[in-house]
Write a protein that binds this ligand. Sequence first.
Ligand code: PGA
Length: 256
Amino acid sequence: MGVSMRKWIIANWKMHYGPMKAGAWIRAFRRERLPKDLDIGVAVSAVSLAAARASLGRAGVPTLGAQNTFWADEGSFTGETSPQMLKEFSLSFCLVGHSERRIHLGETDEMIAKKAEALRKKGIQPVICVGETDAQKKKGETLKIVRKQMTDALKEWDMEDDSMLPAFAYEPIWAIGTNKACSAQEARVVHEGLRQTLVKLFGERGNEVHILYGGSVDMRNVSEYLSTTEIDGVLVGSASLDPRAFGLLCRSAVPA
Ligand code: PGA
């Protein structure tokens, strides 16, 4: 079981919001009343990071993250964005290995491992996404699959570095964008399995790694996840697109 830690809510806009709309979202969200005992972040498209950062001004909430990175600092990698470039936006985190990237862009566990380590070196915390397909779930392979994804994603990670830990998001592919959320009870079993793997890899420090749940989280079910000890936060896709509704989701996350 994870040691008691602050829970996270991360908005994942996916491929929504260029600079203009990203700036407007941040300005609208800054007007929302937000619970103090949660850490709230937003994962923004690379082209909109500058606008999001500018609209944020001195505000520390939400923290900013990217949705993807390359692994090299610079070079002949047309179209890619490096951790070095992302660092200029003072990001807190970067998503890595989202299933949409694994599926549509052929992202492999090897690439994900390189990305996670490259981010660590730049002081940007990777939030590594793992999750099984519907077919794998039906075959009873969930734990085997997500544990392998986790272990493979950490193949390059420098275990000696005690200044940073990775974070993970368990996102069952069948629950993403489907309104068929995985119940907190069901997710909890997977989170427990992932925690065991983390403790094997990191020893006691494995208990401090955040494991979020993602997949059809909304303002009605969010408190169920966040009140589950094994679930250290949530990653929210479609329910994060409207800044006011997302503000309400954040307020719904904790008991009044
Ligand atoms: P969803 O997406 O909340 O729209 O299901 C979650 C995610 O893919 O991160």
